[in-house]
Design a protein around this ligand. Structure first.
Ligand code: PMV
Length: 349
């Protein structure tokens, strides 16, 4: 993995003249999680979610229309994408063609600076960058709200990476077109709340069960799912109030219980989905020890074993040391709030 986690990945191959655009997007980590879709085709979540966009691990994606090609070309970190990864990008390109009324195939080149599919939100940065670059390449003139709605069709968490800082993704109401229109992300302005998120990479291998499969199984079989979705609504209201107060302890407590609750729903699925590993639990113990030593530190985990610890910026080095001690061998990256997705202009290159 790259060691400069803030640097944008190597520039994709230069495009030929024609319709093309490059976009950069950062991943986001949800403090109130989205888990479960009520419409898998339109990618409409069951619950609202709220996240912090990071300043590390950017994805850079170039989309270039290629009228001479017979099919879309998709490369991920320089190698041809295959299977599910390719299919998701091609489906997204189909959506762009349908919306724009154009028919040209595209060449998509994506560079991730974060391991793909390891529960590190690579699908959030990936589909945010693809939505922005793809919309520009196919000539769609969309505002940020519409772009967040479009990114949601690739991955619901990607809608939030359209915005920097904190963002909420609305689950929306109704079905079909009404659901599509009402499910989008928007910024949650809390300019003075600027914590650190210490990311503990306990395992960067691809997950055994995709989040798509895991959430479907959880919704269909877990007796705990509905209870979590209900309590998540209350968590969101409390978290928004805590963010407005700039109360890191309250934000952390709510985020930690929301994440643990989400993992509990998966553990109760049939068969169980368990992303948390022994190293995850060791880091969670380390976080508890920090708290009993008076350090404000709170954990959240996504669809993978890696842990993200929310803390004050002034405590980040101490938290990083503590988690290294708790899970020897893991690597640790400290993030802060980062920018929303943006197009790279020729001048900005
Ligand atoms: O965006 P997806 O489909 O990869 O789902 C991931 C959902 C979580 O990361 C577990 C939670 C979230 O809200 O980001």
């Amino acid at each position: 993995m790259r060691t400069d986690h803030r640097a944008e990945p190597a520039e994709p191959a230069a495009g030929v003249p024609g319709h093309g655009a490059t976009a950069v997007a950062h991943p986001n980590i949800a403090l109130i999680k989205y888990w479960g879709k009520r419409d898998e085709r339109l990618m409409i979540p069951y619950v609202d979610s709220l996240s912090m966009t990071l300043d590390v691990f950017p994805t850079t994606t170039t989309v270039r229309l290629d009228p001479a090609a017979r099919a879309d070309g998709v490369t991920l970190d320089g190698s041809p994408a295959e299977g599910e990864a390719r299919r998701r990008v091609v489906d997204f390109l189909e959506l762009l063609r349908e919306r724009s009324g154009r028919s040209e195939p595209a060449v998509v080149d994506t560079r991730n600076s974060v391991p793909t599919g390891a529960g590190l939100a690579s699908s959030a940065s990936g589909f945010a960058a693809l939505a922005l670059a793809g919309a520009a390449a196919y000539g769609l003139d969309l505002d940020r709200t519409a772009l967040s709605r479009l990114a949601r069709r690739g991955s619901a968490s990607a809608s939030r990476s359209m915005f920097g800082g904190f963002a909420i993704c609305h689950a929306g109401r109704g079905a079909g077109a009404a659901a599509d229109l009402s499910s989008y992300a928007e910024p949650v302005p809390v300019p003075d709340f600027d914590p650190a998120l210490v990311i503990v990479l306990v395992d960067t291998g691809a997950k055994a069960v995709s989040s798509r499969t895991a959430m479907r199984r959880t919704v269909e079989t877990s007796p705990l799912y509905r209870a979590w979705a209900t309590s998540s609504k209350a968590d969101l209201a409390e978290l928004r109030a805590a963010l407005r107060r700039g109360d890191l302890d309250a934000v952390g407590e709510i985020a930690e219980r929301n994440a643990l609750g989400m993992h509990a729903t998966m553990l109760a699925a049939r068969p169980a989905v368990r992303y948390l590993s022994p190293a995850t639990v060791a880091v969670l113990d380390g976080v508890l020890r920090l708290r009993s030593d008076g350090v404000s530190a709170y954990a959240t985990m996504d669809a993978g074993p890696n842990v993200k610890v929310l803390c004050h910026r002034a405590d980040a080095a101490r938290v990083a040391d503590a988690v290294r001690g708790a899970a020897p061998g893991c690597s640790v990256v400290t993030a802060r709030r980062g920018p929303g997705a943006r197009l790279q202009t020729e001048a900005g290159r």
